[in-house]
Design a binder for this molecule. Structure first.
Ligand code: URA
Length: 195
């Protein structure tokens, strides 16, 4: 029997609200404390996250771990999740290349993010990259205008930061170091506002 269109499926892994489940290994739920003052929202699982079923365990996750260490934040204090829960990719030879989720895919997944926000009740949410920012604040919000600027939304503060994968893609070391420092600064600020 068909689901009523607006209802959430019982489990994330059963979600068919958009087609991304077809090519993904599994849905990747958020992880962290049941209640946490600080939540980080990324874009979507990458290749390694799709295989492991856990967020931020690949290269972007390692960069994030370095940023947590520099900011003096324990990864296990923070609730980590993504705006989109299934990995969107295209085959390039043997590799699975990340593709940015479409706006409808992010919109379809927003109900899951809202459920996590309602359960975890973070005081501060760091939006990593433009996809997370659009899911949290609406599509008009621009990362370039708002990076490091706390925005009050739905009774909590949302602070946008660069996505760690963006830092990894920057061409030279100096630009990478500057963008990394920027993430660390936002994490420190978010932690201070959350506690
Ligand atoms: N990039 C993301 O946005 N999220 C992950 O979980 C991994 C990489």
């Amino acid at each position: 029997k068909a689901m009523p269109p607006r209802a959430l499926p019982h489990t994330l892994d059963d979600c068919r609200r958009c087609p991304l489940w077809r090519n993904a290994t599994q849905a990747v739920p958020g992880c962290g404390p049941a209640r946490a003052p600080l939540m980080l929202v990324g874009e979507q699982p990458g290749d390694q996250e799709d295989l492991a079923g856990q967020p931020f365990v690949g290269p972007a996750g390692r960069l994030l771990d370095d940023a947590f260490a520099r900011a003096g934040i324990g990864r296990d204090e923070v609730y980590l999740t993504n705006a989109v829960k299934h990995f969107k990719w295209e085959a390039r030879g043997k590799r699975r290349l990340h593709r940015t989720p479409a706006q409808q895919e992010a919109a379809a997944c927003r109900a899951w993010l809202e459920q996590e926000l309602a359960q975890v009740q973070p005081r501060v949410v760091v939006a990593l990259g433009a996809t997370a920012l659009a899911s949290l604040l609406g599509t008009e919000a621009r990362l370039n205008d708002l990076r490091g600027v706390p925005v009050q939304s739905g009774g909590r503060l949302v602070i946008p930061a660069w996505h760690p994968a963006y830092v990894l893609r920057l061409p030279d070391r100096e630009a990478q170091a500057a963008a990394f420092d920027d993430i660390v600064r936002v994490l420190r600020q978010a932690q201070a506002l959350a506690t």
